[in-house]
Structure formats: structure tokens, C-alpha cells
Design a protein around this ligand. Structure first.
Ligand code: PGA
Length: 208
């Protein structure tokens, strides 16, 4: 199966013009591209970085799963460690978001850095193992530890669950996370903003 590659642009780039330029360079890769909400419609992006758990109503500033679906989004990152850290997202909130996303037929990508963040009922969820020490540090997880975690996550969930790795992925280490550590995809942050590197990552894993 072709590895699932997810681009997490985070709060970048600053202008729509730059976003269009970047998107046009990487869209042919068919990766899941998760730009900031305000660019999703123009780019026709297939991914989002977050969502709210209610369908509609008096929730100032929030975006509902149905709105994302209507824009053509297919995948939604949920529970990224930056949201847990800076926005106080709790496991309970994350759980509600997963349910809401599954209900409308979108695919949640649940980010975890510990096994204890896995709840029992995660059918249909893609799990991204993202160790905190590896996110935006340039220090990826060792293959050995990543593989152990992948096996431990696998043991807790339905055998068909897709498990991907994220944290300082680059074109040198990408293939090994798939080939040696056994992940079925990658979540790429910083280097997803660099089209040449991002395309190199995709090429590397397509040879895995
Ligand atoms: P990074 O980010 O690739 O810049 O480490 C990964 C992530 O936060 O999803």
C-alpha cells in the first residue's frame, strides 16, 4: 500500500499568494495537505489541522466537521501536541472531536506521544505517533524506539488501523520510518513548507 503522507503547514505561510505557490508545487504528490483553515477553500485542500466537535451553533471562532466536509476536506489532524500545549486541548475534547469527525465521514488523524492517549474505541482513526522531543527539533525519534511504539500502538488497536510517524521527518530518514520501523505513512511539519524537500520525502518513501 502507498504510504500516507500528511503535510502539516501549521500557521504558515503568511499570505494566500505564498500558499497558492506552495500548494501548486506539491499538489501533484497527492499528499494530504493541511493548510490553515482560511486557505482550504481557495486551494481545494484535502486536509485540515483541527476542527470543533459540534455540528453548528453558538461557538465563536470554531469550524464544524460539516463545514470542512462541504469544502472537500477528507482528513483532519486532531490533538496535535501544539494544541494540547498552547490551547489546553484535553483528551476529553480530543475524544469529542474524533467522534464528530467520524460521524460525518471524515478521517481523523489522532496525534499521540504516549500510549495512554489511546482510547479504546478508535475504529476508523489514523494514529500519528509524534514524540514531543522530535517535533520541530530536528531530532527525530530513533528507529528502534519508533518501531517499539508502533508495535505497542498496533497491539492496542484494530489490526487495520493506519499508524504513521511524525517528528523531524526529512528526506534522509523518511524511508527508514516506513521500511525499518514499519509505519504506513508520515506526518511532515517544517519540511512540508519546502516543496523540494517535501517532494524528495515522497519520492524516498515511494521506493520504500
Ligand atoms: P516537524 O513537525 O516535521 O516540523 O517536526 C511535525 C508535526 O508537528 O506534525
Amino acid at each position: 500500500m502507498k504510504p500516507l503522507i500528511v503535510a502539516n503547514w501549521k500557521m504558515n505561510p503568511l499570505t494566500l499568494a505564498e500558499a497558492k505557490l506552495l500548494f501548486n508545487k506539491v499538489k501533484k504528490t497527492q499528499a494530504v495537505i493541511c493548510p490553515p483553515f482560511i486557505y482550504i477553500d481557495t486551494l481545494k485542500a484535502n486536509g485540515a489541522q483541527d476542527v470543533f466537535w459540534e455540528e453548528r451553533g453558538v461557538y465563536t471562532g470554531e469550524i464544524s466537521p460539516l463545514m470542512l466536509k462541504e469544502m472537500g476536506v477528507k482528513y483532519v489532524i486532531i490533538g496535535h501536541s501544539e494544541r494540547r500545549k498552547y490551547l489546553g486541548e484535553t483528551d476529553e475534547m480530543i475524544d469529542k472531536k474524533i467522534k464528530a469527525v467520524l460521524e460525518v465521514g471524515l478521517k481523523p488523524i489522532l496525534c499521540i506521544d504516549k500510549i495512554s492517549q489511546l482510547k479504546k474505541d478508535l475504529k476508523g482513526v489514523i494514529v500519528a505517533y509524534e514524540p514531543l522531543f522530535a517535533i520541530s527539533t530536528g531530532k527525530p525519534c530513533s528507529l528502534d524506539k519508533a518501531k517499539k511504539m508502533r508495535i505497542a500502538i498496533n497491539g492496542k488497536l484494530d489490526k487495520n488501523t493506519l499508524i504513521i510517524y511524525g517528528g523531524s521527518v526529512n528526506s534522509q530518514n523518511a524511508q527508514n520510518f516506513i521500511k525499518k520501523a514499519g509505519f504506513q505513512g508520515l506526518l511532515v511539519g517544517e519540511l512540508s513548507l519546502n516543496p523540494r524537500e517535501f517532494i524528495k520525502i515522497i519520492k524516498a518513501v515511494s521506493q520504500a
